[in-house]
Write a protein that binds this ligand. Sequence first.
Ligand code: GTB
Length: 215
Amino acid sequence: MSITITAFDRSPDGGRGLARDTRVRWALEEAGQVYGVRLVSWSGMKEADHLALHPFGQIPTYEEGELVLFETGAIVLHIAERHAGLLPADASGRARAITWMFAALNTVEPPILELATARLLEGDRPWAAQRMPLVLDRVRERLGQLSRRLGDDDWLDGAFSAGDLMMVSVLLRLRIPGLLDEYPKLAAYVARGEARPAYQRAFAAQLAVNKPLAD
Ligand code: GTB
């Protein structure tokens, strides 16, 4: 059954791989699955055809025959459950890897998104300077906790899993504000994720779409 995902026709990050199609591309590459991409514009995401796939008018979506999915957590879990390479074989190990996926999306990503909102959307508000330290504290609290748990291990729970794929994807967004460098163990963890051949292929594929235009 062929797989088609959606992605921005031009990501606002200019090809840094921060839009959420990258994590789905990465999962598909880890699983060795061929996939097609349908590019959508910001306005196209709000039109009926796309809303029929994604009720919130966002990317990415995932189509496989009759099956239509949205939400990267659900999409990556679907891929991981059907193909080898992203979840351990034993039931307890799988449950722990899925726990890390949820932790990435529900516990680590929210303060990181709050930081992105504070920097990019609210930076010109009169209260922005007062709010920023509070937002940064919440991100640093999670990073400190995560860094202590990771310790000197390569991955969060034994071998690389969908939990690491999701956590690295979430942490990548901290590189631009420079926060990752404050946590060398997490910076090395993210670098290990980025060094995986499957990530490299996923990154190159989104860059081919979003490459900044030459002068
Ligand atoms: N919870 C959903 C999921 O995990 O799938 C969130 C999906 C989502 O937020 N998609 C964004 C979107 O479609 C694109 S990735 N937004 C349009 C809208 O909501 O109207 C978010 C994103 C956008 C841009 C950058 N960037 O430029 O750095 C990074 C991430």
